[in-house]
Write a protein that binds this ligand. Structure first.
Ligand SMILES: [Zn+2]
Length: 364
């Protein structure tokens, strides 16, 4: 690069928010529709902020979650069915339980809109299947796995987070790095629609911001701060609370519900919510098969009514590591996961599990 060009680039960096795209198109290279794509990311300090935030997550729970959008080109408007909205919820919840910022969910949902019309289909081009049209022959998993929406979403995110600067790249670039589609630019038109569904699914703290040009980079950098929750996860993916903490009733020996229930079918993967050490792994009377983990923050979490336990006492576990499969063992009326937060390892030391998980950045 000549000295003059270097100064021009520095000027472009300084004025990025307004001028970067036109300046880039003036480089003399063919300015096709991708010319803007790298305009901001390599030179913006916001990228460094984003990377720092990823490396050292520090943001408290309950903060506003910014969902940055930078739609490129004409955007599609579709009236989504309940079923399609539900798939968007699965994709969004999976991002959330992995501790990813909502930008990841926007990229995931937009990708599924393009690949499958946001439907978990059992057909596709060659051996492509499911929401993301992942191909078993290309290492994405078995047919059953790529049509399991949670599994498929997890696979998508596993690859997405390995894409350099995925948070601050244009959506179409990030999606294409994962999908290697024959029509890479086709993802762009779904960004706005995906953002709207993600915000609806994410909850009341999420705010959609539609930016233009490089200010999107700044927004994405801010959004990365919510990666605070990166080391924590919900105990089961894609579920909800059916019975809240301290619900009263005759069903419980203490007179109230000492945890929260997630209604999941027997055999659902149950995972540790964070890093810790297994202190109990076995039969727990009315809790059935249960696991208690001493967490890295000194608190304890309990997972009850399991059909199978896949860890043993003394074992170290990390967030999202499988500890067993859900079931209906012990004193239950049907299959579900009972989850408790405790100050000690034993029954009777329970405290509000929702507040506990939220304090670690999770939304529920
Ligand atoms: Zn329960």
């Amino acid at each position: 690069m000549s000295k003059a060009a270097g100064i021009a680039a520095a000027t472009a960096a300084a004025l990025c928010g307004v001028f970067c795209a036109p300046l880039l198109m003036g480089t003399g290279q063919q300015s096709d529709s991708h010319a803007w794509e790298d305009a901001c990311t390599p030179i913006s300090s916001a990228v460094q902020v984003a990377e720092q935030a990823q490396a050292t997550p520090t943001v408290a729970a309950g903060a506003q979650v910014i969902v940055p959008l930078n739609p490129q080109g004409a955007q599609k408007t579709v009236k989504w069915s309940q079923e399609q909205t539900n798939w968007a919820n699965v994709i969004t919840n999976t991002a959330r339980s992995r501790g990813l910022p909502p930008r990841a969910a926007v990229i995931g949902v937009a990708t599924a809109m393009q690949e499958s019309g946001l439907r978990n289909i059992n057909y596709g081009d060659r051996d492509s299947l499911g929401l993301f049209q992942q191909r078993p022959s290309q290492g994405w998993g078995t047919s059953a796995q790529v049509t399991d929406a949670v599994y498929a979403s997890n696979s998508f995110y596993s690859r997405l987070v390995k894409v350099n600067k995925w948070q601050t790249r244009p959506l179409t670039q990030a999606a294409q790095s994962v999908q290697r589609s024959g029509l890479p630019t086709a993802y762009a038109k779904w960004e706005k629609a995906a953002g709207e569904l993600v915000v609806k699914s994410w909850g009341k703290d999420a705010v959609l911001t539609t930016a233009s040009g490089c200010s999107n980079v700044e927004n994405a950098a801010n959004a990365s701060a919510v990666k605070a929750s990166g080391t924590w996860a919900l105990p089961v993916e894609n579920s909800h609370i059916s019975t809240p903490y301290k619900a009263s009733g005759g069903l419980w020996s203490s007179g109230y519900h000492t945890g929260i229930d997630f209604p999941v079918p027997t055999g659902t993967r149950v995972q540790s919510v964070g890093t810790g050490t297994v202190v109990v792994a076995g039969w727990g009377g009315s809790y059935g098969n249960n696991v208690v983990i001493k967490m890295s923050d000194g608190r304890y979490t309990q997972y009850a009514h399991l059909s199978r336990i896949t860890v043993s006492k003394g074992q170290k576990v990390t967030a999202r590591e499988q500890i067993g499969l859900s079931g209906a063992t012990g004193n239950v009326t049907g299959p579900h996961l009972h989850f408790e937060a405790r100050t000690g390892p034993a029954y009777g030391t329970d405290f509000d599990p929702v507040g506990y998980l939220r304090s670690h950045g999770l939304s529920l």
